[in-house]
Design a binder for this molecule. Structure first.
Ligand SMILES: NC(=O)c1ccc[n+]([C@@H]2O[C@H](COP(=O)([O-])OP(=O)(O)OC[C@H]3O[C@@H](n4cnc5c(N)ncnc54)[C@H](O)[C@@H]3O)[C@@H](O)[C@H]2O)c1
Length: 331
């Protein structure tokens, strides 16, 4: 197995920059080339990073020097783009959501098995220290009998955020709104920390934006751990509030604000050591995504391909949030 893997990036928009920076920060990864269905975008991006621009995706997939592809296209293309890459013998880093239907996530899992290629679904917040601290405490039952596991994700996206994009806010290419695009990060973390849940009831609506999908949604969940939980997600709540996950039980509680713990009480004692750091600004600014956590995930993906580590976020993990969101939408 090669010690440095060559990466191609498909889709040269906003998040592609984060992938490029993450790849460049790693010793075991090399940014090799990029493609976009708009060749001018690919050429501009390629020039910025000093790599080659392929005239189309097929050309990138046919290049035997490319070991892995980061798929950074609009969500509605994720499944078909990933299927082509896996069938062409490439390993895949797939942006969230894994796909916009549960059926497509299952197809991807099946093709990974058939082709024996690795696929990781980006969930960069799972690499945050506080997220893992909280997950461990929940697993150790530190909070006693759990009563609530809640997710509040009342974000703000302007009308221009949707009107300036060809795909955001569309059913076919975004697959949903406040929950499938923004909220999926929170749903993924909630399930990662608190375990699986079923949906007891839900309501979605579009109160402000002129889009096909929801800009506000609320759901009631029943967790396998015994707790009930609420999920609230929005992109129409000005000025945008930090994502919060609350875990509340008979022996304590925790509040995760974005990916930093702001409250952590077990048995009457606060376990927080000083300031847990500043929180990211994605509540109102979609471009405020740091590359470091993407780099940690891509590093784990490379080491899994090389046989040195277990792949932490595979198709089954990527599928969990899509499954729950589809269930919420079905009410
Ligand atoms: N992990 C995160 O925090 C995070 C943050 C933002 C976006 N995302 C995800 O990344 C994906 C892209 O989002 P973005 O904000 O970068 O979008 P964007 O609109 O900025 O960029 C999309 C790019 O893909 C290209 N494209 C469109 N259709 C294509 C196709 N069929 N084949 C090849 N290229 C195509 C477009 O020309 C554009 O350059 C989305 O799925 C989104 O959910 C993840």
């Amino acid at each position: 197995m090669k010690s440095v893997l060559n990466f191609g990036i498909l889709g040269c928009g906003m998040i592609a920059d984060v992938h490029a920076k993450a790849i460049l920060s790693l010793d075991n990864a090399n940014l090799y080339g990029v493609a976009d269905n708009n060749l001018a975008y690919a050429e501009k991006f390629a020039e910025k990073y000093g790599v080659k621009a392929y005239s189309n995706y097929e050309q990138m997939l046919a290049d035997g020097d490319v070991d892995a592809v980061c798929i950074c296209t609009p969500s509605g293309f994720h499944a078909q783009n990933a299927i082509c890459a896996l069938n062409a013998g490439k390993n895949v880093v797939l942006e969230k959501p894994m796909a916009i239907t549960y059926a497509d996530t299952q197809k991807l899992i099946d093709i990974c098995k058939k082709t024996d290629k690795k696929l990781t679904v980006i969930s960069q917040l799972r690499f945050s220290k506080d997220v893992n601290k909280l997950k461990k405490l929940v697993e150790e039952k530190a909070f006693g009998s759990l009563a609530f596991c809640n997710l509040y994700m009342k974000y703000w996206r302007s009308a221009e955020y949707y009107s300036s994009s060809e795909w955001k806010g569309t059913l076919a290419f975004d697959g949903g709104g406040a929950l499938m695009n923004q909220g999926i990060h929170g749903v993924d973390l909630l399930l990662y920390i608190a375990g699986n849940a079923n949906v007891l009831g839900a309501k979605k609506q579009t109160v402000y934006h002129n889009i096909e999908v929801e800009d506000s949604v609320a759901a009631l969940l029943q967790f396998d751990n015994g707790a009930i939980g609420t999920v609230e997600a929005a992109t129409c709540t000005y000025p945008g509030f930090e994502r919060k996950i609350e875990i509340l039980g008979s022996n304590g509680c925790a509040v995760l604000c974005e990916d930093k713990l702001e409250k952590l009480i077990v048995g009457g004692q606060s376990l927080l050591e000083g300031d847990s750091g500043t929180v990211a600004a994605t509540a109102s600014n979609p471009a405020a995504v740091e590359y470091e956590n993407h780099a940690m995930q891509i590093d784990n993906f490379i080491k899994a391909i090389q046989g040195d580590e277990k792949l932490l976020i595979d198709g089954f993990e990527g599928q969990r949030a899509v499954k729950l969101i589809e269930e919420i939408y079905s009410f």
